[in-house]
Each structure stands twice: as structure tokens, then as C-alpha cells.
Ligand binder design. Sequence first.
Ligand code: NAD
Ligand code: UD1
Length: 343
Amino acid sequence: KILGIVRMSKTILVTGGAGFIGSHTCVALIAAGYAPLVLDNLGNSDVRVLDRVERIAGQRPGWIEGDVRDRALLDRVFAQHRIAGVIHFAGLKAVGDSVTDPLGYYDNNVHGTWVLTQAMEAAGVHALVFSSSATVYGETDPPIAEDAPCHPTNPYGRSKRIVEETLGDWQLARPHWSIALLRYFNPVGAHESGLIGEHPQGQPNNLMPFVAQVAVGLRERLVVHGNDYPTPDGTGVRDYVHVMDLAEGHVAALRKVQQAPGLLTLNLGTGVGHSVLQVVQAFERASGRAIPYTVGPRRPGDVPANWADPSRAAEVLGWRARRGLDAMCVDSWRWQQGNPKGY
Ligand code: NAD
Ligand code: UD1
């Protein structure tokens, strides 16, 4: 207590905070006056990201190496730090791997979230922001609003949907809890400094990192997965959202869950769809390099087009994506060029 005013804790536990979206969110959290405490098992990340976050934000996130399924570790973390809320990014996200190892995915993504939730309850921490995905919708006509039916088409998507449903049950049973389920569309780009970004291990599954690797000369050409979709140029259309816009969306969601109990489900997207060829052209403009490509067959499991109806996030959080496709490509290129081999 200082002069009769109780000072609120600013410490936010950020699971998976060494990863792509988590590291950018740490930058946004620090800029907003929070103190991120990262817990990550480094299964898909590099601890040197913390040096970079410190260089950008002028403050180093707290660091705990460990697994979100380790209940004893979580109990120690909650006992040792006064944690005001949790942003839960830790999870596995490769659709193909989830098909070959479904139980591994459910264990990490579903069981991991349950262990974290139970540890939070035991510690009296009741504010949670969860990384869900637009993949929970499956094939639905865009623009997609939050009340669209959910029919995920693979174990990764189902793992996210199971977490959403079970956290919904939990919030009903514990009405003083406050939970935000954030459904991201296609996160791309990098911090504008070029110091942090996405560095997929092995061959990238996603379009933007693949295109960036072609531009920098790591890969010869892009294969466009189908140009016979019912879209303006025949290639798949997606709602690409700049990772710093997403990071700021998390800060807005965190503020919201700290204000009032309840369960919120929110799309984080721009509301604008871009085709594969539009992304290629924007990246060519950003990099000044040609992106050679060939057209291959459709990728199994792909939908023709999807983009968000982002109006609920605008109403509830006052959040809107501000950065367009050109900024996404320019920032992605700056990161790729400066760090062709990652950290
Ligand atoms: P990422 O792999 O870069 O980050 C995830 C981080 O979590 C990694 O640093 C990894 O080491 C860590 N992690 C994984 N399992 C863990 C565990 N059991 N204990 C501790 N740490 C663990 O991925 P990202 O792109 O930053 O995604 C973050 C979250 O957002 C994930 O839950 C992902 O499913 C979700 N999401 C991502 C996308 C996307 O396209 N990037 C889209 C929608 C949703
Ligand atoms: C993929 C995942 C989805 C996940 C999302 C995260 C699948 C089936 N879906 O979706 O679960 O939430 O990433 O961002 O893996 N493309 C090419 N050539 C490539 C790579 C992609 O043409 O080498 C095309 C795809 O066919 C698609 C578009 O680019 O039309 C975007 O692909 P991608 O970045 O993989 O995202 P999603 O398909 O939306």
C-alpha cells in the first residue's frame, strides 16, 4: 500500500512468450506498462529472442524455461510472482504434425491448458487470454463472425475448439473468472525494427515465410497450391493480419479481462482477404526481388477463401488492425533479410 492506494501487479505470465506471436506481444505489453514473465519450453523457439525484445522495448521480460504441463513448476511460479493475468500462447500449431500425432497435440494443447487453468485457480489468478485460431471454423462462407458454426477439420483445429469449449464450461462454473478466446486469422509480418520475426524450422508450411525465403534466395520457387478456386484470380484468399496489430489486440484483450468477469470470443483479423498472387506481388514490391512460382495442385484440407468479420473486437475492445499488406511484407522482408538463419 502506498498512501492508501493498493498498487496493482503488472506482471503477466506469457506462456509460449519466446515464440512468434508471444515475443511480439511481449514488446506490446512492455510498451503498455506491463512486465511480461515468459514461460516457454523452447520446443519451437530460441531463447535469444529475449535479447531482441529487450533491445526493442528497453526492458527484459522475466524468463522461466519449462513446460506448461508441469504443475509443480507452475505452482512455484505463481507462488514466487504476483501475477495479475495470463496470456496463453504455448501450443503446437503444425496441422500436418497434428494429423500424424493427434494425441501429442491434444496432450500439449488441451491438457496443457487444463493444467495451467487449475494452477491459476489454485493461485487465485482468474484472468486468461487464450490463443485460439480461425481454423476452428473449418469451411464457412466469409466474412466469418464469431457465431458462425465451428467445424474444425483436423486435430490441431479440434484441439483449439476443445479448449474453447472446456474453458467455456469452466467460466460457467467459476463466474468470477474472465477469459478471452482470441481467434487469429493469418498472422504474418514482423516487428518494424526487423529484430524479431518468424523463423520456421525446416520447410515453412505457411505462405508468407515461404515467399520470404524465396525472396532471400533460400528457396528456388514458390508452389502456388491451386489456381482454380472460385476466387477473383483462382488462388486461395486469406485474412493476413500483421503480428504487431495482433500483439496490440492482446494488450486490449488483457485490459478487458482485467476489468470484468465473463467469457469473450473474438476474431482478430483485418476483415480484408488477399489472394496468394496478391501476396506474391506485394512481396515483390517490398523486396524489389522477383518471386518465381509455379502452380501446383490444391493442398488437401485448404478452403478457397476466408476472412474475418472483425466488428466484435472493434466494439468490445476498441481494437482494429491498422497495418496493411504492404507493411506486412516490408516488415517481414526486413526481418528475413537481416536474419536469414533466424536468431
Ligand atoms: P510458436 O511456435 O512460434 O510459439 C509457441 C511457443 O510455445 C513456442 O515458443 C514453443 O516453444 C512454446 N511451447 C509449445 N508448447 C509448449 C509447452 N507445452 N510448454 C511451454 N512452452 C510451449 O507459434 P505462434 O505462431 O507464436 O503461435 C502462438 C499460439 O497462437 C499457438 O497456440 C498457436 O496455436 C496459436 N495460433 C497461431 C497461428 C499462426 O498462424 N501463427 C494462428 C492461429 C493460432
Ligand atoms: C494454415 C493452416 C491453419 C492455420 C494457419 C495459420 C493448413 C491446412 N491450415 O492455414 O490451420 O491456422 O495456417 O496461419 O495448413 N499457399 C501456397 N503455397 C505455399 C503455402 C501456402 O499457395 O507454399 C497458399 C495456401 O494454399 C493458402 C494460402 O497460401 O491459399 C495461405 O496458406 P497458409 O499460410 O498455409 O495459411 P492457411 O491455409 O490459411
